[in-house]
Design a protein around this ligand. Sequence first.
Ligand code: MGD
Ligand code: MGD
Ligand code: SF4
Ligand code: MO
Length: 711
Amino acid sequence: MLHHRVCNLCEAMCGLEIEHDGNKVLSVKGDTKDPFSRGFICPKGARIAELHEDPNRLKKPLRKREDGSWETIGWQQAIDYASERLNAVRKTHGLDAVGFYFGNPTVHNYGIMSYTGDLRRALKSKNVFSATSMDQLPHQFMAHQMFGHTLHLAVPDIDRTDYMIIMGANPSVSNGSLMSTGGVKPKLAAIRARNGRVLVIDPRRTETTKQADEHHFILPGTDVYFLLALLHEVFANGWVKPGHLAGLLKNEAELRELAKPFTPEAAAAKCGVPATEIRRIAREYATTDRAVIYGRMGLSTQAHGTLCNWLILVINLLTGHLDQEGGAMFTTPAVDLVRRKKFKQTYGRWHSRVRGLPESEGELPVAALAEEILTPGEGQVRAMITHAGNPVLSSPNGKQLEEAFAKLDFMVCIDVFLNETTSHADLILPPAAFLEVDHYDFVFNHLATSNNAKFSQALFKPEAGQWYDWQIAKALIEQLAPFSGYKLSRMFRWSTPARLLNLGLLTGPYGKWSSIKRLFSGLSLRKLKNTPHGIHLGPLQRRLPEILMTPDRKISLVPDFAVGEVQQLADGLTADVPAPDEHEFLLVGRRHLRSNNSWMHNAPGLAKGKDRCTVQVSEVDAARLTITPGQEVTVISRTGTIRIPAEVTDEMMPGVISIPHGFGHHRKGTRLEVAEASPGVSVNDITDEKLLDPITGNAAFSGQRVRISTE
Ligand SMILES: Nc1nc2c(c(=O)[nH]1)N[C@H]1C(S)=C(S)[C@@H](COP(=O)(O)OP(=O)(O)OC[C@H]3O[C@@H](n4cnc5c(=O)[nH]c(N)nc54)[C@H](O)[C@@H]3O)O[C@H]1N2
Ligand SMILES: Nc1nc2c(c(=O)[nH]1)N[C@H]1C(S)=C(S)[C@@H](COP(=O)(O)OP(=O)(O)OC[C@H]3O[C@@H](n4cnc5c(=O)[nH]c(N)nc54)[C@H](O)[C@@H]3O)O[C@H]1N2
Ligand code: SF4
Ligand SMILES: [Mo]
């Protein structure tokens, strides 16, 4: 029998065709009839059954005994236990004493997405954290600043562009981020086949460079100079042509002044890309009709994360490459998550207690979580809920967080594995997951390179009595809401993810209820259920000024924070950069195709092969420090030390090293047999929770200074 569904393991939303016998998966292929991904899949999608069938997967609530061992308990008993303990902490220490962390898979799970907002409102704690603040926070912050809503994120129109500059992203491995597109590799190949060009700017000669025309090394954390030089060239050569957006812009003259000092020569001295190349790239990009700059992780998780995102937006905009075909465009999703019509200030409304870091969309930077648990005083976090996250391995200075979790009065984790984070819990609530859940991508359809809608039905039934993520969340909300005075609506009690989805579809831009014309042909859940390969809703369309939500309905090219920051960079242009000592390096991250953050190392088919948890060192540096391939070296930072085998390669820019995150499965108390067999080390034992993008508080993993010792 064949089953069709969307793969929800990463942002690409590939269609899967699963052959099964009613109980077991026989094979997984790409669904060639899926109009979005057209048969493309990666090894993770092909191995989704291994995650589903993992013998270490938890199916029943586990409660920790006094002696640290686990006992299985019933579902209602588990919910009652969690609520009693959480409400007891709230009663004694106040609402902020319960912290909440939600991880990356929450946005890949429509059941969780449907109730995270209610859970947050029911908790009413200032101490809410998520993976956002070690990922895409600067993108969202800039979307809010420039277009008035955190979800107004422009995605590259990869299907129609003729010139794509990729900075700080490795989409041939990550399969694209804030750019959901089934099959990046064939799409990059298609750009070149239509005589377009693909450029990669990255301190590592990545897998994506194999699909590119050119690659330029750049010193980590210095992209801001490269971008300011592009902007300088745009102004100096009169390439400003914002087209239909011209009447919406303000502060153009101020921006021109800000860019003046950043000549290609001045930028080259800082970032390492030669001035002649910067000039040529600026000219080619600005004079190509359909061109786009796309920047991701490497640009947002660095000290200048927000500045980089701002500059990419303004350069795309000024050169006529925003809200234009082949440039960066906004989607028209079938379920529109932007429900507000009016601007709302959702940044900086409060600050973290210990370090004073700013709130964003109701969350504090995750880099502040450990200190909020460890520092005594009013408002100290004493209990935690985590939902689908593994911050011990994923957050900066995860080791400190590990120590902090061990000190909590109570911790409940909603997760499918007993891993490095959940092992600290007093209670684990493991939901039905993977092939047992139905699914719709609320978030990634907002970020897709064309408009599509697809509903996936559950393939298998969960184990008898097992709860879904959303049922767990809903049950907790019901017991936590009365204490904070959050009134549950009738809608909440009636709702299920499928019902909320149907409502979203019906009232969305293509929905049955959107117009008389669509009453019979428009989208509904039933229609999606009858179209298992998904429905294509057309290429991206112009959305401005329609979706603009800033208070004055204008787009400011110079947000308040930018002036001081750019002035500081200009002042430093002539300063000499102190030469690093011979053991000092700049650290960057690395992703691998057969892995996803911390939690796919327990699937044998994905984990097999050569050791991926290595530090990549350039041949030049290896020769200089006499590091041989496979040799264990020590990498040292302010926060810690790790021992890790070296991989000597010509892929790295000299002076830069790369270490992947998500490893370090040797921790006590976990139950991950395959992962524990080749545990690797966690790079986040040496990343520094004090290194941030100062504007948003986003973690700055990229460009941190570390030392290598060969002793
Ligand atoms: N040094 C460094 N650190 C990084 C990064 C980096 O590039 N470098 N990248 C950062 C980024 S971009 C991200 S997004 C974060 C990720 O940070 P996290 O989200 O904290 O970490 P994950 O490894 O994705 O953990 C996901 C957890 O969800 C569980 N899970 C999986 N599916 C389900 C489900 O259906 N339901 C439930 N309830 N649980 C589920 C898994 O068992 C796992 O425990 O890491 C960040 N950390
Ligand atoms: N296979 C796989 N796919 C994934 C994931 C995974 O773990 N594995 N994780 C998923 C998640 S949560 C996310 S957020 C996305 C992320 O997807 P991407 O944004 O594509 O992130 P990365 O693959 O980490 O690529 C970041 C690139 O930035 C470069 N870089 C680092 N610092 C700098 C810098 O200062 N300047 C420049 N120009 N480049 C720099 C790195 O060398 C690296 O090549 O991937 C998703 N997809
Ligand atoms: S690219 Fe992403 S969505 Fe596609 S099969 Fe791989 S993990 Fe799944
Ligand atoms: Mo991420």
